[in-house]
Design a protein around this ligand. Structure first.
Ligand code: G1P
Length: 289
């Protein structure tokens, strides 16, 4: 029996350089896709996978995230008085159970590995998920639920991957596989931001992980890697020497909302997928084209 995955770490402290100046006063993961912040979709995905506790790794100036996941008595009482029950339900949909969210300050932007390490005391000694919220995953079975199912099957560590567009491998973490048979394959290696032409496969790490708590001891002493940052990938490669890692090529579509065009694509795709908005969205887009 594999241990249940109950907690997720969401590193949200990044500056959002590619979506400035919008991300100057609004944390980048609070930018809207249609009518909800990016984080609302990620939290929804996590809940569908059974996640009960969310650990946000935040930076300075990101209080809006904590406020969003808190009750809003003024707004809610006005909506109640006006009988706007649907909007009221929307406003309340993302609220956690009391005690179901923790916020940890990452005091300096030292890298993804360092951000995840900041969650060690709250995660404790159990397997946990890491979700990179820039990446919105649209999938019939939510992406993290696919990863949790894979974890139930093979245990150990699961890394969600997908095919990398040609010429872009140097921007990502790339995995190496021990042969490829179906969507879930044993990994033999991984490298963060490989020099062009040296990537071990065309599969990149796309932003959902299930990790064993032993990663924290390795992150604790992890030196700087690609880009001068403490890289999660480097500690995972180290852990792989003693624990199994599987790559899961998930079924679905990823939108990189940390990028202007990715955010635009997400807005268009999510509006077209909404029964209440699809017709109007299609008409508006068609008229523009
Ligand atoms: C991070 C990870 C990388 C992964 C990528 C996905 O990189 O380190 O392995 O492929 O996210 O977006 P970053 O985007 O922080 O450079």
């Amino acid at each position: 029996m594999t241990q249940t995955v109950r907690k997720a770490v969401l590193p949200v402290a990044g500056l959002g350089t590619r979506v400035l100046p919008g991300a100057k006063t609004t944390p980048k993961n609070m930018l809207n896709v249609v009518d909800r912040p990016i984080l609302s979709y990620v939290v929804e995905e996590a809940r569908a996978a059974g996640i009960e506790h969310f650990v946000f790794i935040v930076g300075r100036g990101q209080g809006a995230i904590e406020d969003y996941f808190d009750s809003s008595p003024e707004i809610e009482s006005i909506l109640e008085a006006k009988g706007r029950v649907e909007i009221l339900a929307d406003v309340r949909r993302d609220l956690p159970k009391p005690g179901g969210m923790s916020f940890v300050r990452q005091m300096a932007p030292l890298g993804l590995g360092h951000a995840v390490w900041c969650a060690r005391d709250i995660i404790g000694d159990e397997p946990f998920a890491v979700m990179l919220p820039d990446m919105l995953m649209a999938a019939p079975t939510p992406c993290l639920a696919q990863a949790v199912a894979a974890h139930g099957q093979v245990g150990g560590n699961i890394i969600v991957v997908e095919p990398c567009p040609a010429g872009e491998a140097h921007k990502y973490g790339i995995v190496a596989l021990d042969g490829q048979d179906g969507r879930l394959n044993r990994m033999t290696g991984m490298v963060e931001k490989p020099a062009p032409g040296t990537e071990p496969s065309n599969l990149f790490i796309s932003g959902r992980y299930i990790l064993q708590p032993e990663i924290f001891e390795l992150l604790e002493r992890q030196g700087k890697g690609a880009g001068g940052e403490i890289q999660l990938t480097d500690s995972m490669a180290e852990l792989m020497k003693v624990q199994a890692f599987h790559a899961l090529e998930y079924e679905g579509t990823t939108y990189d909302c940390g990028d202007k065009i990715g955010l635009l694509r997400a807005n268009v795709a999510f509006a077209l997928a909404r029964p209440d908005l699809a017709d109007a969205a299609r008409a508006a887009i068609t008229a523009l084209l």
